[in-house]
Ligand binder design. Structure first.
Ligand SMILES: Cc1cc2nc3c(=O)[nH]c(=O)nc-3n(C[C@H](O)[C@H](O)[C@H](O)COP(=O)(O)OP(=O)(O)OC[C@H]3O[C@@H](n4cnc5c(N)ncnc54)[C@H](O)[C@@H]3O)c2cc1C
Ligand code: SF4
Length: 479
């Protein structure tokens, strides 16, 4: 049965509603900072049914869908909120699932404050509708009911697709193509699927059970997931193309950490955020010795960087028993790329921020362990290519800071394994794979998207690129 789309309220009705707007959003309950400093349980505990209904009732169902335009995967936001207002959570879930296979994840980690919520009409006068929290509520409700709505799957096309990497970009392509009737196999280097969602983002922000449930949802669409399989070692990209696969999507992310390249960086207890978070989250070092991987943590910890990865590292360090944790960032608070909500959470948990300073070296305690950090103060100069003001060192402002653990969180770049074993795959000088706007690479029958193309962005942008590539791949496979 085809549903006729509700034309929604007229402009006049919307204007009338604007006059009676509720400008205050329903806050989401959180664990108290003192409690959560000692555990890895989820910090925000989610809306109750009553809270979700109250928050949904704030939406004035605008005629002009500003929120939807602000969503990188174009979710029909007013429609899912309307279903919530009517108390039909199942229908709300169907609307979400039509555009995202990962609502429980997006509802937790997407930067809604820069996207849909930023564009929400209510944002002009007060707090925008808490779209992300409502999305999370719907996904969690579905999980608690044991109900899973799956879209209709098209009859088999007889075409096979390989998706390399099981992060959000790969999962989006896999589900989009499976729904269109193609046989999809995913290859994952690690022993679990989910990419950064499993090995990077900590449990207290994104419970792993939620990630695995959404991975299972993708598998339930008929997608085969092959773990412990490294493309570039177990099979080359050309082998995939020359055997049964008609097309390949590369979504191997950007897992290679960048370093400061300053003296002393190879001392003991100077970690890359990548290693530190992988040990802590994927290998569950916080449950050592129940789990076999330990992670050594000092008392005075410096985390270098200002993004989400730095916030996650600092907050893990607190939970692993560090007494003082400092985030050291070379620009100011305004330029920090981390989500505002996570910066506030970090502050509540007692993390200190040192702005406008940069490490120039690390000092040994004489036994090859880091014991102090040399820094220089910075000031902001002219804007650089990213539009942010460039940090410039202030001559003669050097100082030292005692630390016994350092976590370097300066960003990542793609692992060169696939590009180095595929000479005809064009890459940029930063090692990212070059594509057109629909994800097509220089190599026939190969598309790519997510962090391997952007060099590091967000879950939703990785999904958005996956969505665009999947539609291009489907066109190619349908020829
Ligand atoms: C700690 C941390 C916190 C973050 N927080 C946020 C946040 O709050 N909000 C947000 O929107 N974004 C956040 N991000 C960014 C976001 O997670 C990434 O942009 C996103 O995961 C990229 O997705 P992807 O699918 O491109 O790659 P990934 O998630 O990196 O997945 C790539 C997968 O490919 C696998 N792989 C790699 N090489 C091979 C190979 N040769 N063969 C087979 N498999 C391979 C990897 O093991 C991995 O599982 C965060 C990132 C990190 C590291
Ligand atoms: S979420 Fe905001 S922009 Fe979207 S329809 Fe509701 S009030 Fe309007």
């Amino acid at each position: 049965m085809t549903e006729t789309k509700d034309p929604g309220p007229s402009r006049e009705e919307t204007e009338k509603k604007k006059g009676r707007m509720n400008l205050n959003r329903v806050e989401m309950p959180k664990q108290e900072p003192e409690d959560r400093r000692r555990n890895f349980d989820e910090v925000a505990t989610g809306y109750t049914y009553e809270m979700a209904m109250e928050e949904a009732s704030r939406c004035i169902q605008c005629k002009k869908r500003n929120c939807q335009q602000g969503c990188p995967v174009n979710i029909d936001i007013p429609d899912f909120i309307k279903h919530l207002q009517d108390g039909n959570i199942e229908a709300a879930s169907r609307v979400l699932k039509a555009k995202t296979s990962l609502p429980g994840i997006c509802g937790r980690v997407c930067p809604q404050e820069l996207q849909c919520e930023n564009s929400c009409t209510l944002n002009k006068k007060g707090a925008p509708v808490a779209i992300g929290r409502l999305e999370r509520f719907i996904a969690d409700w579905e999980r608690s009911q044991g109900a899973v709505s799956t879209p209709e799957i098209a009859p088999s096309t007889g075409k096979c697709v390989a998706v390399v990497g099981t992060g959000p970009s790969g999962l989006t392509v896999a589900s989009d193509l499976a729904i269109r009737g193609h046989q999809v196999t995913m290859f994952e280097a690690l022993h679990v699927a989910g990419g950064v969602l499993m090995y990077g983002i900590p449990e207290f922000r994104l419970p792993k059970e939620i990630v695995q449930r959404e991975v299972q949802y993708v598998a339930s669409l008929g997608v085969d997931i092959q773990l412990d399989t490294v493309i570039g070692i177990n099979y080359s990209l050309d082998e995939l193309l020359n055997t049964k696969y008609h097309a390949v999507y590369l979504a191997t992310g950007a897992g290679l950490p960048q370093f400061l390249r300053v003296p002393g960086e190879n001392l003991n207890m100077v970690y890359s955020a990548n290693e530190f978070l992988t040990r802590t989250n994927l290998m569950k070092a916080y449950l050592y010795p129940e789990y076999a991987t330990p992670v050594k943590m000092g008392k005075k910890v410096a985390v270098i960087g200002g993004g989400n990865v730095a916030m996650d590292s600092a907050r893990c360090a607190v939970r692993l028993g560090a007494q003082e944790v400092y985030v050291v960032y070379r620009r100011t608070r305004q330029e920090m790329p981390a989500r505002l909500e996570e910066v506030e959470n970090a502050e509540e948990e007692g993390i200190h921020f040192h702005f406008l300073c940069n490490p120039t070296g690390f000092i040994s305690d004489g036994r090859n362990n880091v014991s102090a950090m040399e820094l220089i103060r910075m000031k902001l100069g002219e804007p650089d290519a990213s539009g942010r003001r460039r940090p410039v060192p202030i001559e003669g402002s050097e100082y030292t800071m005692d630390v016994d653990t350092v976590i370097v969180s300066l960003g990542t770049s793609p692992n060169p394994l696939i590009s180095s074993t595929t000479p005809d795959l064009e890459t940029s000088r930063w090692g990212t794979v070059v594509t057109d706007e629909r994800g097509k690479t220089s190599k026939a029958r190969v598309w790519a998207g997510g962090d391997i193309v952007s060099g590091g962005a967000t879950v939703i942008s990785a999904m958005g690129e996956g969505r665009r590539a999947a539609s291009a791949m489907h066109e190619f496979l349908s020829q």
